[in-house]
Design a protein. Sequence first.
Length: 465
Amino acid sequence: MRLYSSLSRQIEEVKPLDGQTVKIYSCGPTVYRYIHIGNFRSFMLGDLIRRILRFEGQDSRLVMNITDVGHMTDDLRDTGLDKMELAQSDEGLSAMQIAEKYTEAFLKDGDAVGIGRADLYPRATEHIPEMIEITKRLVEKGHAYVVDGTVYFEVRTFPDYGKLSGNTLEALQAGHRQDVEVDPNKRSREDFGLWKKAGAHRVLKWPSPWGDGFPGWHIECSAMSMKHLGERFDVHTGGNDNKFPHHEDEIAQSEAAVGHSVVSVWVHGGFLRLSGQKIAKSAKNVVLVPEIVERGLDPLAFRLVCFGTRYRSEMDFSWEAFEAANTRLTGLRQRMADWSESPAVATRGEMAEDLDRRFRDAVADDMDMPAALVVLNEAVSSPAVGPAEKYRLLSSWDGVLGLDLERLARERYEAPPEVLELIRRRDEARAARDFGTADRIRDQLGAMGLEVMDTPAGTRVRPRL
Ligand SMILES: [Zn+2]
């Protein structure tokens, strides 16, 4: 597949550096409140890339961090308050309880909108030694300096600073000049904190060579991405709002520490707007996943809403569009249920081949989901493609779309007790990681004319077409 790289500003082929596994790092949530659907539009990217790679037969590994310390309310200055600590004082829970509560909610809401779980969710608080290590290295190499227990990255020592966001040092300095508060300890206004001295009332703090303190937000992603994916990896995703300062600073820290470029392709997703405004807590227009369910809508329809617009573009959200997508999704599932009862055909027609090729081209072309939906619509209505072929096409494409298109087709088949018993035993075997037994039971079910599918809810079967 090909992706637009925000850094090179070009379309680039995604090829695993190690020749085997595409390594993807996605900037994850700061877990001090519920995550809204605008964020979920960005969080979808890593999983969508992985789905497309899998569709192409390419292995990948997806790592998404959980920020449970160090994300300040004002990232441009170092005088902000830590978001975790603020939530703690608001809710009467400890910072750890806050992190637990909102991590769980994030994972559950992500499941609901069909975002496959990452292979790993490293927590910032579990990687403090790695962050200290990089910070030490930056000090030793002359890229960082210490003033009164706080370590700053010295931006002027990294001439490439600004290459991602396009911010030149001059523009940055001019922008910062308007700031009212300036940290007098900084050599230059654009320098940013790697490690911050803990104030008297600070609860989340750790010992370090510079005294008790806590890490900056950006250093967390440098430390965790390189620890879990290596000092060179393939894809890094995030929202457009992560470009500056978060990713610009991550690039400066990581590259200055290791002395070479780390990420091959940077991918950034556009904002979701509601009534013309970016969805954000500050705009008071936040929509949460449970609200979708409360309105009687299927959260997976959110995917269909998102796929109507290229991921890099800003997109308007409306409940009208959501309802239309919901109706469309139910319609697709009903058709799938109808088609599932058609007798199988041995070979695929020319038209079906052509549609499949076009769908693959669309998703491989920088995740052109609107184009993929056009192909899907053609497949649904084409008289030249038989019902069994349509079923097969859509069920294969659903690996990328994640719309659970076979839901009604599955429900239409009522498994007899002996099949249910086999399913139960197979799920048990899989839970015990006894894949030999699981495979044998799958073969047994296959011999009974059933197709066996592994879903997040366990083994599902339906009559083979
Ligand atoms: Zn990040």
